[in-house]
Design a protein around this ligand. Structure first.
Ligand code: UDX
Ligand code: UDX
Length: 435
């Protein structure tokens, strides 16, 4: 059993803290946000993440998981410090490391004995060295090990991804640090999950190379989908056949309105910036970003087509505000890119999402929000599906037609039956399946 403090109680920090306590460690999750910690101490989970509530509840009951704002005290009492604060994107595409730097300074002032300081936040290659320098600057204690342990958690299935990962990546300089980290992940390790023991720089690079590759795969299939529309082919059959080749794999070949979320958009840009800094332009990823930007614009064109090029004054029902299903996270979601454009063009937007409305309202308070899809589409001129929530997959198309003023739909996630849409005389658009 190790004493662990996780700094940052966001989507990554909270899941990591809960997961590590499930492995039997005594974990405290600290955050500068008083409100968040108070909520957690009252048993309220500030984010929507399947399985997280019960994991937190059971580990709090077992007295293995705690929440606090007293970062200095928790650092002093811990064997392992995990940095999981946000690393947002700066205007120029680079990673904003200010939170990581300020947390590192705090750690350097409170360190009182040998500890492992481990970064889970996604940081550009070289950040580990910078953090080590900060840690050495403010105190006399040099007996610590710095470790890079990137996360590969998908929102919506983050709990499962934490407890049963495909692999663990540990970048460390000493055998001692590696074996302590191996001990931290013992339940996973005895399950024969591959553990990659590598350098700090390589660990940092693995994270970017993995995320950017997945983003590239999505942009690639979106490119192919757009071409399918021109040549009258069905992208789903193309993707399925491609996926049957083990070298390609079927994962992340689902076309749509472009990728979003807190990772892919930020990490692809950061990799491009890193390339520029080291005089090696990463052209494949530059292209993946460009395709992704154009993909949301294509969605606007599709909506324009469905409305005979007259968006102004039209009522548009948008279903799905989060960047993917099973999360309330709206960071870089298609809705955040498409809705402001529609409003600029004079549309009236009705919006609905099963869990993300409250988050969306913070940035877009003036939309007409509804509590179910039926009310959202009432008298709408076009319906636009942007997130593949299960309840949208099950939409009764006959009912939808009756409720709308005009039967037109953009199914940007390709979740509806084309045959049924045709039978009901919908004017429809999708991505790569025009046939
Ligand atoms: C994570 C990673 O940290 C990021 O590097 C990765 O690329 C995406 O996932 P995430 O958990 O999604 O970020 O961030 P967020 O939900 O914004 O949570 C960060 C938390 O850290 C917030 O609760 C914030 O209050 C807290 N924080 C921030 C601190 O406790 N201290 C700080 O100094 C700054
Ligand atoms: C991602 C990585 O998968 C995870 O390993 C990493 O650590 C954090 O970033 P996340 O952003 O939570 O996870 O979601 P993910 O499932 O990867 O989806 C990202 C975006 O790509 C979403 O907008 C999703 O809709 C889109 N996507 C995904 C597609 O458009 N097509 C696909 O086939 C898969």
């Amino acid at each position: 059993m190790k004493k662990i403090v996780v700094i940052g109680g966001g989507y990554v920090g909270l899941v990591s803290a809960a997961g590590l306590s499930e492995f039997g460690h005594r974990v405290t999750c600290v955050d500068i946000d008083n409100n968040k910690i108070n909520q957690l101490n009252d048993g309220k989970i500030p984010i929507y993440e399947p399985g997280l509530n019960s994991l937190i509840e059971s580990n709090c009951k077992k007295k293995r998981l705690y929440f606090s704002v007293d970062i200095e005290k928790e650092i002093k009492e811990s064997d392992i410090i995990i940095i999981a604060v946000g690393t947002p994107q700066k205007k120029n595409g680079e990673v904003d490391l200010s939170y990581v730097k300020s947390v590192s300074k705090t750690i350097s002032k409170s360190i009182n004995k040998y500890k492992i300081i481990c970064t889970k936040s996604t940081v550009p290659v070289g950040a580990g060295k910078m953090i080590e320098k900060i840690l050495l600057k403010n105190n006399d204690i040099t007996d610590f090990d710095y470790v890079s342990n990137p996360e590969f958690l998908r929102e919506g299935s983050a709990v499962k991804d934490f407890l049963i990962p495909d692999r663990l990546v540990i970048g460390a300089k000493s055998e001692k640090a590696f074996s302590i980290m191996k001990e931290v992940y013992r339940p996973i390790y005895i399950n024969e999950t591959p553990i990659i023991n590598t350098t700090i720089e390589t660990a940092e690079m693995i994270k970017y190379a993995s995320n950017a590759f997945l983003a590239l795969k999505i942009s690639y299939i979106n490119d192919i989908a757009n071409l399918c529309e021109e040549v009258n082919a069905d992208v789903h059959e193309v993707a399925k056949a491609m996926g049957q080749d083990g070298r390609i794999s079927s994962k992340f070949l689902h076309p749509g309105p472009g990728f979003g979320g807190s990772c892919f958009p930020k990490d692809t840009l950061a990799l491009v910036q890193m390339g520029k800094k080291f005089n090696y332009p990463v052209k494949t990823i530059e292209a993946a970003i460009a395709v992704n930007q154009e993909q949301s614009l294509r969605m606007i064109e599709k909506i324009e087509y469905l409305l005979d090029n007259k968006i102004s004054g039209k009522k548009i029902a948008v279903l799905g505000l989060s960047f993917k299903p099973q999360t309330d996270d709206i960071r870089e979601s298609s809705a955040t890119k498409i809705i402001p454009e529609l409003i600029n063009k004079g549309a009236l937007v009705n919006a609905y999402d099963p869990v993300a409305i409250e988050n969306f309202k913070i940035y877009y308070p003036n939309l007409n929000y509804f509590e179910n899809w039926e009310d959202t589409v009432k008298d709408a001129d076009v319906c636009v599906i942007l997130t593949e929530w299960n309840e949208f997959r099950g939409i009764d198309l006959e009912k939808l037609k009756l409720l709308m003023s005009n039967p037109a739909i953009l199914d940007s996630k390709n979740i509806l039956s084309i045959e049924k849409l045709k039978k009901l005389d919908f004017k429809y658009e999708n991505v790569g399946r025009k046939i």
